[in-house]
Design a protein around this ligand. Structure first.
Ligand SMILES: C[S@@+](CC[C@H](N)C(=O)[O-])C[C@H]1O[C@@H](n2cnc3c(N)ncnc32)[C@H](O)[C@@H]1O
Length: 190
């Protein structure tokens, strides 16, 4: 195992126990299905955000979605710097509120918004670009939805965890994100 694989495995290990615990915590008392946590909050470093959007070839006016948008950093950078129409999907109320407040404070409401909802229940058919930082098993759950919905030509950038069954058209390694962590990005095109 090289250094990057070790670090990626460590991130997955760090994310998985959290996710299992939270999955248990999500069983509602009345037995109704609740939103499935596809990954805990683990933000993409800003330098990697820039590289993801660059790798996607995001253009002004294009529509992009970040699946599980956390504090909104990818959506905000896409709208602010790339002038894209950027949409995040986030089910955690605090993160949704925090990112929505930041969008408002930055005056980006015309180009950026965060949907307070479930990644697995959205319509991505308008997407030109998607960014994804979820666990491998979660990518397996999202993939059939994307296979059904995405228009031809949509670019998808996955951070650290690839989509099985899809072949990337490009991969990019970032050896140091400034905090000593390495990352791998996967670019796919439908
Ligand atoms: C690893 S973090 C990535 C955050 C952000 N995309 C980034 O790269 O900085 C995954 C995010 O997905 C959110 N999430 C997990 N499952 C979700 C679901 N079913 N619907 C919406 N958001 C979800 C988590 O709350 C978390 O903020």
């Amino acid at each position: 195992m090289n250094r990057r694989s070790v670090l990626t495995a460590a991130v997955a290990a760090a994310m998985t126990p959290f996710s299992s615990r939270l999955l248990l915590a999500q069983q509602s008392k009345d037995g109704k299905p609740t939103t499935e946590k596809l990954a805990p909050y683990y933000p993409t470093p800003e330098l990697v955000v820039e590289r993801m959007l660059k790798l996607a070839g995001l253009k002004a006016g294009e529509t992009m979605f970040d699946l599980g948008s956390g504090d909104g950093r990818i959506v905000i950078t896409a709208a602010n710097k790339w002038k894209a129409n950027a949409i995040g999907v986030e089910f955690d109320k605090d993160l949704w509120q925090q990112s929505s407040d930041r969008i408002k404070k930055m005056g980006l409401e015309s180009r950026a918004k965060i949907i307070h909802g479930d990644i697995l229940k959205q319509d991505y058919s308008s997407a030109d670009v998607l960014t994804v930082y979820l666990l491998p098993l979660s990518n397996d759950k999202v993939r059939p939805i994307l296979d059904r919905q995405l228009k031809k030509g949509t670019r998808i950038v996955a951070h650290d965890f690839e989509f099985s069954d899809w072949t990337p058209i490009k991969t990019e390694d970032i050896d140091d994100d400034g905090e000593g962590r390495s990352h791998r990005l996967y670019l796919y095109q439908r």
